[in-house]
Structures are given as C-alpha cells and as structure tokens.
Write a protein that binds this ligand. Structure first.
Ligand SMILES: [Zn+2]
Length: 114
C-alpha cells in the first residue's frame, strides 16, 4: 500500500467531531490534514471522491440553516464541501457525515447558470 497516496483519504472512521470549523481534520494519531485536500468515500461506495471546493453558509444563495439529517443548527462558519461527484458533504458536529445531492445551493452556481 502506498501510504503517501492514502494519507489524505478519509473514511467513516474519522468522526465529524474531529473536523474543526477551519476545515482542519484532527486525526487520532495527532496528524492534521486540510479537509479541502482530502478524499472522502461516499456511503455505499468503494471509491474515494475529491473535494472540489469548501464553503460555508455565507456563500450560499439560499442557505439552509438546519442539518439535513438531524435538524441541528448549522454554525455560520462550519465548512461544507462540494465533491466532484456533485454531492455536498456536511460534517455535522452533532451527528455524522451528511451526503446530500441538492440541499446546498451556492450563490456562485446560481450566478454562473443563470
Ligand atoms: Zn446533523
């Protein structure tokens, strides 16, 4: 196994409470990773996908304010990810990794697609 290629791959064993609001992943072995540089594995898949961009509620056209999974309030500065499979990932600090296809509409996309 090539550790260099795998070290930024994050699976469900990394808990969302290991992600801080600056998008830094704090692994249990003390290593810190930039979440925006990581690859994540969607539920029910074996293939990692790349982060396209990281944003927060202030960048959204029509912000949702509740976690799509547990309804807890999303902090204004909590990172949300757009993945290259066009899904959004919200690392909810109150529940889990939330994968959604449509819940998060970004202002940037609205402008580009009008
Ligand atoms: Zn939640």
């Amino acid at each position: 196994m090539n550790r260099k290629n795998d070290e930024n791959n994050i699976d469900a064993s990394v808990k969302t409470n290991q992600i801080d609001n600056n998008g830094i992943v704090h692994l249990s072995n003390g290593i810190k990773l930039e979440l925006s540089q990581c690859k994540l594995i969607p539920p029910g898949s074996n293939d990692y996908v790349n982060v396209v961009m990281m944003f927060s509620l202030e960048n959204m056209y029509d912000p949702i304010i509740k976690c799509p999974n547990c309804d807890s309030t999303i902090p204004w500065d909590r990172p949300i990810l757009l993945m290259d499979n066009m899904q959004f990932v919200y690392p909810c600090s109150d529940c889990k990794w939330v994968w959604e296809r449509q819940s998060f509409n970004m202002r940037k996309f609205r402008i580009e697609n009008r």
